[in-house]
Write a protein of this length. Structure first.
Length: 151
């Protein structure tokens, strides 16, 4: 015979869910906060709104280009390996496809760099990976804001 309880099972489940979901709910509430803009010379990229402006007006970045740029911005000023960028942009199924990554870095340079042949912002660290440098040494502020936003 079941023992009678004074609380319904649904109430205890709901209470336990809120305990575990609290941090996730707080993170989602913060997602409304605006991340810092990336300033790359005359180009400005808003990763929150997924928009980019250059000296000639709106820059069209593809969703994949935004994912690559987002992965670099999360580690602004630090080296990011090709494997980390591929995992962030494409997922773990394409980890060996460094040619595709190089193509997207080249396209990003053509859109964002003042002189794509002499990159100042999307830097290749030969044999290691890539590094995103931003104007006014904002890289640590960007990394801190993105880290706070993601958890």
């Amino acid at each position: 015979m079941p023992v009678p309880t004074t609380t319904s099972p649904n109430r205890s489940v709901r209470r336990n869910c809120w305990r575990g979901c609290g941090p996730a709910l707080r993170r989602n509430a913060r997602r409304g906060d605006q991340l810092p803009l990336l300033r790359l010379g005359e180009a400005t990229v808003d990763l929150t709104k997924r928009s980019a402006q250059g000296p000639g007006g709106v820059l069209h970045l593809t969703p994949l280009e935004f994912r690559v740029l987002d992965a670099l911005a999360r580690n602004a000023g630090m080296i990011v390996t090709p494997a980390q960028l591929i995992r962030a942009a494409w997922g773990p199924d394409r980890l060996g496809d460094t040619h595709g990554l190089r193509s997207y870095i080249k396209m990003l340079r053509q859109k964002l760099e003042p002189d794509p042949t002499q990159p100042r912002y999307l830097i290749t660290e030969t044999g290691v990976g890539y590094r995103l440098m931003v104007d006014n040494d904002e890289s640590y502020a960007i990394k801190a804001a993105i880290t706070d936003e993601s958890g």
